[in-house]
Design a protein around this ligand. Structure first.
Ligand SMILES: Nc1nc2c(c(=O)[nH]1)N[C@H]1C(S)=C(S)[C@@H](COP(=O)(O)OP(=O)(O)OC[C@H]3O[C@@H](n4cnc5c(=O)[nH]c(N)nc54)[C@H](O)[C@@H]3O)O[C@H]1N2
Ligand SMILES: Nc1nc2c(c(=O)[nH]1)N[C@H]1C(S)=C(S)[C@@H](COP(=O)(O)OP(=O)(O)OC[C@H]3O[C@@H](n4cnc5c(=O)[nH]c(N)nc54)[C@H](O)[C@@H]3O)O[C@H]1N2
Ligand code: SF4
Ligand SMILES: [Mo]
Length: 768
């Protein structure tokens, strides 16, 4: 096979030197504390480091820039209301290393493309605005005024506003997101692809269809009142580490935990609480009472098998279903029960990849519980039938009456710290008409009504040459999206690409003819407008809106806040034609919040309530047992599935996160809990599969996908034996994104199927 030449869009294929240990038996504890400190004090001096940590997640400090797990409503530890990965995120952002034009004059864009993501991230904070002119090989300095003039002029010159695409990542504050969507809609398009399209979009669709709101229903407090917590397709030990403290407390209060995950994840098995002396000395709490190592994408048959078992028990002994809830609050139980009759129990079990006995045990756990919380994340959302998978989990909660009462409900655990808030603010390619009506009434311009591009549609439109300008508010579009080479071709077809960013990433290296980098303030930075320090606000995974105030001195005087960037861009593009007083809105962020209050329901007395310590909860129907569906009832749904068939040489690959990364930001090369050190180009395989394929542990292989008749190759991965079902393999995102086909996405939500990619494994030695 021909060797693929390296191109700037792909992570270099060089290996860094794998070493393996047995996977850890317990998560967090002292090693997590030492790791957090090493990252923070490696990136900045002690004074800055201590200040950063003392303000992290405090009611008067800044919100953790990492995940969206909520803070406790009541008491917070003054010295440590954060986790190892929160500390790493802060270290990554608050580093005092700086990247100026001088650096870019020494390294061409092509050269930087040969660096790993880890190396790119280690260079420090972007410290001044940068420009790559047409035909140039390097970025160079540019003044802010000139930059906005160029981008604004370009936007004005497009044949249609729909020829521009405006991406958003989920770290953007409510204030910045509201202003951004306002500008883009006044400019005239709904082309708002966002990271949510690749993340919890399937949850939003499934929950809207069944419960009438695209958000979860539980509060943190519900964890402490639950009988059973189901955790499906989520790795909280790495991705939402403080959830482990909530799970520990839940267990102390008598809850059981059912984990559903192809991989044995340490963070679901046991936890040593670093906030307690015992935990630091190694005392541990066992977490999962039962661990179902379901086959990748085996969740629908599993959920159906569980429902069928419950139904049978209901028919024989009764007392399993909550009939008063079902009769009063739901619709469609008859059709669901009919559907269950159609399925063969044994076949469902086989399709889930599990044993009869373990599924029966899990069903017994559900049967004997009254208050159940269903948690899930990317292991359920990134499949072709993701929406149906989540709806089937909702069916389980509904038959048990486990929505709208304490200790029970839905818990899609969000990723980015403000991804939920960005959607509330209108970052949505398919905005509700009522929202647009409000914009029109408040601001006096006609917002576009036609739906815009989501992420997959935006990439395809760019690929077809339909997009002149791509603008990103944060994120790393190239590396986060599927089919990396295809997306790279798409971006290269734009005339202009621009990124508002804190750190250098691969998206800056795959450009349109002209390219811009707009360096901005981050969560940890103090943000002064006029003479007054400002705060912003964010919404966590449980619908709490609260303030976040950066405290650290920015590493450069050239950084602008995201709201100020939007203001300047709007003025440069819309000029006197704008109906919005941009200067006023940004002069003090209270003014932006007043505009939000007038436009979006649930934000009454925003400025006052956001100043309350801990913030306020947004209204949530299902939490109160109210369902804003057409019938005002919660809807039982019928969900079909067809097992993914594999030939003898094919495997089903999930792309997952290591412990040392935040999405495409790579903090380090280790995945401590899984016992994988100093290497990211690994493929985790069942030992039997390794043997059957004639491979050995440590061998180097190439991975291929052939979806749609196109050959996609990710070269040079090292085989690592791991506990996961046969024919199921795992690699890290973003190294393996090049294998995720652009045309493989979830029905109805269009989320790329990053957890179910059919691949072949090509042994390096044999192919020559
Ligand atoms: N430190 C850190 N924190 C993060 C992030 C990060 O990268 N680093 N990312 C943030 C973001 S944006 C998000 S969305 C979240 C992501 O949080 P997670 O969803 O926990 O992240 P993934 O690593 O994608 O893990 C998915 C889990 O699903 C399992 N899984 C895969 N396929 C299946 C399946 O078919 N069925 C079932 N039942 N399980 C499956 C995998 O084994 C894995 O344990 O974390 C957020 N927090
Ligand atoms: N194969 C595969 N692909 C996936 C996933 C997967 O599980 N598997 N997960 C998907 C998911 S869940 C998500 S959410 C997406 C993530 O997609 P994105 O949100 O696009 O990616 P991130 O890696 O989170 O973005 C990191 C960059 O954001 C910038 N940044 C950080 N903080 C700030 C800030 O405060 N302001 C601004 N303006 N910029 C900032 C930095 O420059 C940094 O390089 O990836 C998706 N892609
Ligand atoms: S759990 Fe998430 S939000 Fe909380 S400190 Fe850790 S990374 Fe930050
Ligand atoms: Mo995400």
């Amino acid at each position: 096979m021909k060797k693929t030449p390296h191109s700037t869009e792909l992570t270099p294929e060089k290996l860094t030197g794998l070493s393996l240990e047995a996977p850890k038996e317990v998560a967090v504890g002292l090693p997590a504390v030492t790791s957090a400190m090493r990252h923070v004090f490696g990136a900045m001096d002690v004074g800055r480091g201590v200040k950063a940590l003392l303000n992290l997640n405090q009611k008067d400090g800044f919100d953790c820039p990492s995940c969206a797990w909520p803070d406790p409503d009541d008491e917070r530890s003054r010295i440590g209301e954060y986790c190892e990965n929160g500390a790493k995120a802060v270290a990554d952002e608050a580093t005092t290393k700086r990247l100026t034009a001088d650096f870019f004059s020494k390294h061409s864009i092509e050269e930087l493309g040969t660096w790993t993501d880890y190396e790119l991230g280690q260079q420090g904070r972007l410290a001044e605005p940068l420009f790559k002119p047409k035909g140039a090989t390097h970025y160079q300095a540019i003044s802010w005024d000139e930059l906005f003039l160029k981008i604004g002029t370009h936007l004005k010159s497009l044949a249609s506003p729909d020829d521009a695409v405006f991406y958003t990542s989920g770290r953007t504050s409510n204030e910045a997101a509201f202003l951004y969507q306002l500008f883009v809609r006044e400019f005239g398009t709904n082309n708002f692809p966002d990271c949510s399209n690749m993340c919890h979009e399937s949850s939003g669709v499934a929950l809207n269809e069944t419960l009438g709101i695209g958000k979860g229903s539980v509060k943190l407090d519900d964890f402490y009142k639950a009988d059973l917590i189901i955790i499906a397709g989520q790795n909280p030990g790495t991705n939402h580490p403080r959830m482990l403290s909530a799970l520990e407390k839940a267990k102390k209060n008598g809850a059981k935990i059912l984990a559903i995950n192809p991989l044995k994840e340490t963070g679901l098995v046991a936890f040593s609480n670093p906030q307690t002396v015992g935990g630091l000395l190694g005392a541990k709490t066992a977490l999962a009472d039962q661990y179902l190592q379901v086959r990748i994408n085996g969740d629908v048959p599993l959920f159906k098998a569980l429902l069928k078992y419950l139904y049978k028990a209901e028919k024989t002994t009764g007392g399993v279903f909550d009939w008063s809830f079902i009769k009063e609050k739901t619709q469609g139980i008859e059709a669901l029960l009919e559907d269950l009759e159609q399925h063969d129990f044994e076949q469902l079990i086989r399709d889930s990849g599990l044993q009869l006995k373990e599924v029966e045990e899990a069903a017994e756990l559900i049967k004997s519980s009254q208050n159940i919380i269903g948690c899930w994340a990317m292991g359920l959302t990134q499949h072709k039938n993701a929406v149906d998978t989540i709806r089937e989990l909702v069916n389980i909660l509904l038959v048990k009456g486990s929505i709208g009462k304490p200790g029970a409900g839905t818990c899609p655990v969000r990723g980015h710290s403000n991804v939920q808030g960005d959607r509330t603010m209108g970052i949505w390619e398919a905005p509700p008409q009522a929202f647009l009506d409000k914009i029109q009434a408040q601001f006096g311009f006609d917002p576009p009504r036609k739906h815009g591009y989501n992420t997959v549609e935006a990439i395809k439109a760019m690929h077809e040459g339909k997009v002149g300008l791509f603008f990103a508010m944060g994120g790393n579009f190239l590396s986060a999206t599927p089919d990396t080479s295809f997306t790279a071709q798409a971006l290269r077809k734009c005339q202009l690409t621009a990124h508002v960013s804190t750190k250098l990433n691969r998206s800056h290296l795959v450009t349109g003819e002209e390219a811009f980098i707009l360096p901005c303030l981050g969560r940890t930075d103090s943000d002064v407008q006029g003479d007054e320090p400002q705060f912003v606000s964010v919404e966590n995974s449980m619908g709490v809106v609260h303030k976040s105030m950066g405290k650290l001195t920015p590493v450069s005087a050239h950084l602008l806040s995201e709201p100020d960037i939007v203001r300047r861009l709007a003025k440069a593009t819309l000029g006197n034609t704008s109906k919005v007083n941009w200067d006023f809105l940004v002069q003090h962020y209270d003014h932006t919040r007043e505009a939000i209050e007038r436009t979006i329901p649930g934000f009454e007395n925003y400025n006052q309530r956001v100043r309350q310590l801990g913030g306020f909860y947004l209204p949530n129907g299902p939490r109160q047992g109210e369902f804003k569906t057409v019938s005002q009832k919660a809807i039982f749904s019928i969900n079909r599935y067809s097992p993914i068939m594999l030939s003898d040489t094919e495997y089903l690959m999930m792309t997952i996160r290591s412990h040392d990364q935040f999405n495409t930001t790579v903090y380090g090369l280790d995945d401590r809990y899984r016992g994988i050190f100093n290497e990211r180009r690994v493929i985790l395989m069942n030992q039997n599969d390794i043997q059957k394929a004639g491979l050995v542990a440590g061998e180097r292989v190439d991975l291929c996908n052939y979806h749609g008749g196109v050959t996609r190759t990710a070269p040079n991965f090292v085989v690592v034996p791991y506990s996961l079902p046969e024919r199921c393999v795992a690699t890290y995102f973003p190294e393996a994104n090049t294998l995720v086909p652009i045309n493989s996405y979830a029905d109805r939500s269009m989320t790329p199927t990053s957890k179910a990619v059919i691949i072949e494994i090509i042994c390096k030695e044999k192919k020559n």
